[in-house]
Ligand binder design. Structure first.
Ligand code: DX5
Ligand code: ZN
Length: 209
């Protein structure tokens, strides 16, 4: 089970110290928000460039924006491992996924909680990562939506040959992590639970076990 720490829940006034506490994670999950697709704004490439100088933790970029290809170009020089687009907001999904891959970056597609899985039918074979949102995107610290467990099971049934990353994002903690794993998730995005924990190393162990 891979764990990605969502920087949205870090202490922005003490970013370096905050990230040092979660150094053991597999990825830094970067929520890019534009105030249009979701009602919130986050950090831009300058912050991430500075972060990249200090940490060599691989990046998992989650674009919650309109005009996602513009943002792909803004972030591509950081050489992230993954860039994930939202299916609801990407009209030319096949072209966009292949553009990301042409940059040597792994491509993901994310679905909001209420978005049906059928939109993946003709693209899933090209994906490195599928991200199922377990909250409505825009904010950290929201409650996990339990019906996502059924959606995960439905994904495994619908796409039995999918070999890529199956990531879940939103409201994840040590209680629901084992359920997510049992339903087939192999990468969890964790924000609030990890950054507010008194012992993040212990929290990570719990999430992984
Ligand atoms: C929500 C973001 C998530 C969020 C996760 O729009 O995509 O990555 O920050 O944080 P928690 O774990 O606090 O729900
Ligand atoms: Zn996210």
């Amino acid at each position: 089970m891979h764990i990605a720490a969502s920087l949205l829940s870090a202490d922005f006034l003490n970013l370096q110290t905050s990230l040092e506490r979660v150094r053991g994670v597999d990825f830094f999950h970067i929520d890019v928000m534009d105030g249009h697709f979701v009602p919130n704004l986050t950090f831009g490439p300058c912050v991430l460039k500075d972060l990249h100088r200090v940490f060599n933790t691989p990046l998992d970029i989650h674009l919650m924006v309109e005009n996602p290809l513009f943002f792909v170009d803004l972030y591509k020089d950081l050489q992230p491992t993954f860039i994930t687009l939202h299916i609801e907001n990407t009209p030319h999904l096949h072209r966009s996924v292949h553009y990301i891959k042409s940059l040597g970056i792994k491509a993901g597609v994310s679905l909001n909680p209420a978005t049906p899985l059928c939109g993946l039918d003709y693209i899933v074979q090209d994906l490195d990562l599928v991200l199922l949102m377990s909250v409505n995107p825009g904010f950290g610290g929201q409650s996990f939506l339990p019906f996502i467990l059924d959606k995960l099971k439905a994904f495994k049934t619908r796409f039995p040959h999918y070999q890529g990353v199956l990531e879940v994002d939103g409201g994840i903690n040590a209680n629901n992590a084992p359920l997510l794993r049992a339903c087939g998730a192999n990468m969890l995005v964790v924000g609030n639970y990890l950054f507010t924990h008194s012992d993040p190393t212990q929290a990570l162990c719990k999430l992984r076990s």
